[in-house]
Design a protein around this ligand. Structure first.
Ligand SMILES: Nc1nc2c(c(=O)[nH]1)N[C@H]1C(S)=C(S)[C@@H](COP(=O)(O)OP(=O)(O)OC[C@H]3O[C@@H](n4cnc5c(=O)[nH]c(N)nc54)[C@H](O)[C@@H]3O)O[C@H]1N2
Ligand SMILES: Nc1nc2c(c(=O)[nH]1)N[C@H]1C(S)=C(S)[C@@H](COP(=O)(O)OP(=O)(O)OC[C@H]3O[C@@H](n4cnc5c(=O)[nH]c(N)nc54)[C@H](O)[C@@H]3O)O[C@H]1N2
Ligand code: SF4
Ligand SMILES: [Mo]
Length: 579
């Protein structure tokens, strides 16, 4: 018998999945899934998962594991407290049920982000709220400008909506997507703020702005124009590897067209990530793109937008990107691999090794499970009930239990055991699922989250006075040091640290190092040796190490973004040495 569920992975697409005699297939009837899945889910069943709970490396029963967890929680509550470190291994809404227990017993949860926090902060500063464009609006555009998002790799189910459009890609790497575009702006990593400010400046100079729209929604645009004049045109363009012709080519394509600008995480892996989003949004405001059919600027949305949490709220928080694990008697890690995925691995390992006790609750063995005293296997998304929403579209998908098995425990069952032991009130699983499902409503051929608009900002911005808040100052100086830029994007073969992780570093063939030999990458934070592969899609001064490559975050910094408390994976320059 066929069952329908949804992919739980951290991805823009949140695909609708048909489970047919144990096989996973893309749902042909779901308007966003188009009948295909990606390699992550096509090979999902082949992955070796953790089979049994382990206590100090010895296999134990689930009963023993839960009893030990209970003791650790009891002791830590009386001591230096508990940190519940939950990340994005599974995006189902029921993952949050453990927050309910931990918040209720006074544990700290995390704030800030490893992912899109800097960009999100910028969007909220300028527009008042972050609302993403649904795929149907993107499909109405004439021109789609994709800025720091690798659509075929990270958001492949958007491709059918981009067919036949003029495409502009802004990316320091000549990706296959960039290659397929009408224009590829191959700027230096981190050069986006200057590029966006100069585009805005020339939009004003050329009189391309929408005066009527600005009178209503962007009164302060002349002050912003003055700010853009502080960017010295020739020097700035030289520093980011572009020329005046690049500005002209882009503006020529945008003129008088329905333009959708899609922004990914690539532009905001820096301390000033919020300013980049504000500057890109300013282009959208000057051109009057917001609230018009087929137009707009769209960053990653929030998958929980429109879904009030039914769970207890925490009162204490620890930084997601720079958590001080050593301050806690108990660190409970769920759906996460912080040892590999947080920045500044040396600091993370040092801090985590000084925590009283570490418990890992997940599907796969990884760097973090290796440091845990207690390892608890989870059930897969096929074996538990959940509801999925997305950051790339507004659909809601129900996830019934499709398979049964002896391995692992669901988040709800684990939470029930803990709540029972500590007398924390917990509603039934059905209650929470119904709460989430009640936030959706059927529309045409799909279920959508209520309140998420088909055309965001049609009624203006969500700021206090409805005006777009242009950037008023910026804290950015392009780093002209000799060293290499680190580019650390998503790999086609892994989903962060899940599945087939890359193990090489990529550099331009003319880098002067021998292909196949190991090179040592060195930053202020640490170093890493990897075999070198040539990649002529890269600029000569860039080193590419994919997210999920073991050791990549030895190189990255614990410094967080100026706004949004985000990790800054590309803020460091690095040196390369032959080994
Ligand atoms: N296959 C696969 N898909 C994924 C994931 C995965 O690990 N693997 N992860 C998921 C997650 S957690 C997320 S957050 C999303 C993120 O997905 P995306 O938003 O696509 O993020 P990235 O792949 O990190 O970066 C996108 C592009 O930005 C470019 N870039 C790097 N630096 C800069 C820069 O300074 N300026 C500009 N303009 N571009 C830059 C990179 O070369 C890359 O092509 O993907 C999700 N989907
Ligand atoms: N250098 C560099 N580092 C990066 C990034 C980058 O671009 N470059 N990207 C950052 C970004 S955008 C993100 S979102 C983070 C992601 O980093 P993390 O949130 O740590 O995600 P994953 O690496 O996917 O690890 C998820 C773990 O979740 C567990 N898991 C999967 N499904 C379930 C489940 O159903 N239940 C439970 N309990 N556990 C489950 C699996 O065991 C898996 O090992 O990485 C960040 N790190
Ligand atoms: S594209 Fe994204 S949502 Fe779809 S199956 Fe792959 S990981 Fe899951
Ligand atoms: Mo992410």
């Amino acid at each position: 018998m066929q069952k329908k569920t949804a992919c739980p992975l951290d991805c823009y697409d949140a695909c609708s999945v048909i489970v047919d005699a144990g096989k996973l297939k893309g749902d042909k009837l779901h308007p966003y899934t188009h009948g295909y899945l990606c390699p992550h889910l096509n090979h999902f069943k082949k992955r070796e998962r953790i089979a049994e709970p382990k206590l100090r490396g010895e296999v134990v029963s689930m009963e023993t594991a839960l009893a030990h967890l209970e003791t650790l929680v009891r002791d830590a509550r009386e001591g230096n407290g508990i940190l519940h470190y939950r990340s994005s291994g599974n995006f189902g809404l029921m993952q949050g049920v453990t927050d309910h227990f931990f918040a209720s017993v006074g544990a700290a949860l995390t704030k800030g982000s490893l992912c899109d926090g800097a960009g999100e902060a910028g969007v909220v500063e300028g527009r008042g709220a972050n609302r993403a464009l649904p795929p149907e609006q993107i499909a109405e555009a004439d021109v789609v400008m994709v800025w720091g998002r690798n659509v075929p790799v990270t958001n492949s189910h958007l491709l059918p909506f981009l067919k036949g459009k003029e495409l502009i890609v802004v990316d320091p790497v000549r990706t296959a997507f960039a290659e397929s575009a009408d224009i590829h702006i191959q700027l230096k990593p981190g050069g986006d703020l200057y590029f966006a400010m100069l585009l805005a400046r020339f939009i004003v100079i050329e009189g391309m702005y929408d005066a009527e729209y600005l009178a209503e929604h962007g009164e302060a645009f002349e002050e912003y124009y003055e700010l853009t004049q502080t960017v010295r045109i020739k020097a700035a363009l030289d520093s980011i590897g572009l020329g005046l012709g690049d500005i002209g080519r882009v503006l020529e394509r945008l003129k008088g067209k329905k333009v959708a600008i899609l922004v990914g995480t690539g532009v905001q892996k820096y301390r000033h990530g919020d300013e980049v989003l504000r500057a890109i949004d300013a282009i959208g405001t000057l051109l009057g793109l917001f609230g018009k059919p087929g137009c707009g600027v769209s960053f990653l949305g929030s998958s929980s937008s429109g879904i009030p949490s039914p769970f207890a709220a925490a009162r204490r928080f620890e930084s997601k990107a720079a958590a001080a694990f050593s301050d806690y008697d108990l660190v409970f890690v769920q759906g996460a691999n912080p040892v590999a995925q947080m920045p500044d691995t040396r600091r993370v390992v040092d801090s985590l090794s000084k925590a009283g006790h570490v418990v890992y609750f997940g599907l796969y063995e990884n760097e973090t499970s290796a440091m845990a005293e207690l390892v608890i296997p989870a059930k897969t998304f096929l074996e538990k009930r959940d509801v999925r929403t997305a950051y790339g579209h507004n659909a809601m998908l129900e996830m019934p239990e499709c398979e049964t098995g002896e391995t692992g425990i669901s988040e709800y069952a684990l939470c029930t055991a803990l709540c029972t032991a500590f007398d924390v009130p917990l509603e039934s699983e059905a209650y929470y699922l119904e709460h989430f499902l009640a936030c959706g409503e059927a529309k045409d051929d799909k279920t959508l989250v209520k309140g998420r608009e088909a055309l965001p900002y049609a009624e203006g911005f969500d700021t206090d006075d409805g005006q777009f808040l242009f950037l008023e100052e910026y804290d950015f100086d392009f780093d002209m040091e000799e060293d290499y830029f680190l580019v650390s994007p998503k790999s086609p073969r892994s989903l962060n640290s899940q599945f087939d992780r890359e193990s090489r570093v990529f550099m331009h063939p003319e880098c002067g190092f021998e292909e196949g030999a190991s090179v040592r990458l060195v930053s202020e934070q640490g170093s890493l040796e990897l075999p070198l592969a040539y990649d002529d899609r890269l600029l000569a001064d860039c080193v590419l190490v994919y997210a999920g490559t073991p050791g990549v975050n030895n190189l990255t910094t614990s410094l967080r973004s100026f706004a949004g408390e985000n990790a800054c994976y590309q803020a460091n320059k690095i040196k390369v040495e032959a080994c």
